[in-house]
Design a protein around this ligand. Structure first.
Ligand SMILES: C[S@@+](CC[C@H](N)C(=O)[O-])C[C@H]1O[C@@H](n2cnc3c(N)ncnc32)[C@H](O)[C@@H]1O
Length: 216
């Protein structure tokens, strides 16, 4: 059993005191749970609203998302995307790409969200940036490579948002009592960001842990 990060009661209270998502995001979440595997990967209402808020504050021209899944986070960020700005989202799995694209079309957002199917590192390599907002939320083993690939292309006032950095609290637990191979990977990633003199970061205990990173 994974350790509890924030109690269920507090999570529910926070969600109940966060502006609710629009109907198209509620419908997407419901259909994700009903039809796709791994629905726990949805960012959900509180983190989705946080992403929408960050995009509202950043006023980006270009947003890069690494890990589309069913499109919840991309559509959350698209809500406050300025006119003419774009989100490019990377996803490996064609079924998830098709699902997300159908919902993006349905929400009338296909002019602002483009999904690129394939390994995210190849997509990042093909992009010049500058990225104003980057959301890292794909395979945990790839986090360090994604971070190193996007940082040189980050806009001067850009922000990198990294999901699942607390890994249900396991990163702060006893290494001897944890057999999840992703725990040491995330610990090493978190230590790398902290020691990186090129950046300033803050780790938030939102949902499964979210780190915000900017240039120093
Ligand atoms: C945690 S989910 C993303 C959740 C999504 N951001 C949301 O809010 O609903 C991670 C996604 O990354 C995708 N993924 C894993 N490895 C990848 C890779 N190397 N390149 C692109 N996508 C990858 C997975 O298929 C999965 O759909």
């Amino acid at each position: 059993m994974s350790p509890e990060l924030v109690s269920d009661a507090v999570e529910a209270y926070a969600a109940a005191h966060t502006s609710p998502p629009p109907e198209h995001l509620r419908a997407l979440a419901a259909e994700t749970r009903a039809t796709l595997d791994s629905p726990q990967m949805l960012t959900g209402e509180v983190e989705g609203r946080l992403l929408e808020f960050l995009v509202f504050l950043a006023r980006p021209r270009l947003v890069l998302e690494i890990g589309t899944y069913s499109g919840y986070s991309a559509l959350s960020m698209a809500q406050t995307l300025p006119e003419g700005a774009r989100i490019i989202s990377c996803e490996l799995d064609p079924e998830r790409v098709a699902f997300a694209e159908a919902h993006i079309d349905g929400a009338g957002m296909s002019d602002r969200i483009e999904i690129r199917q394939g390994p995210a590192l190849e997509t990042i390599d093909a992009l010049d940036g500058p990225f104003d907002v980057v959301f890292i939320d794909a395979d945990k083993g790839g986090y360090l490579a994604y971070y190193e690939a996007v940082l040189p292309k980050l806009a001067e006032s850009g922000v990198i948002v990294v999901d699942n950095v607390l890994w249900s609290g396991r990163v702060a637990g006893d290494p001897e009592a944890d057999d999840d191979e992703r725990t040491p990977v995330l610990r090493a990633f978190n230590d790398h960001v902290l020691a990186d003199e090129r950046v300033v970061s803050v780790m938030l205990t939102v949902r499964d842990g979210v780190t915000l990173v900017r240039r120093a």
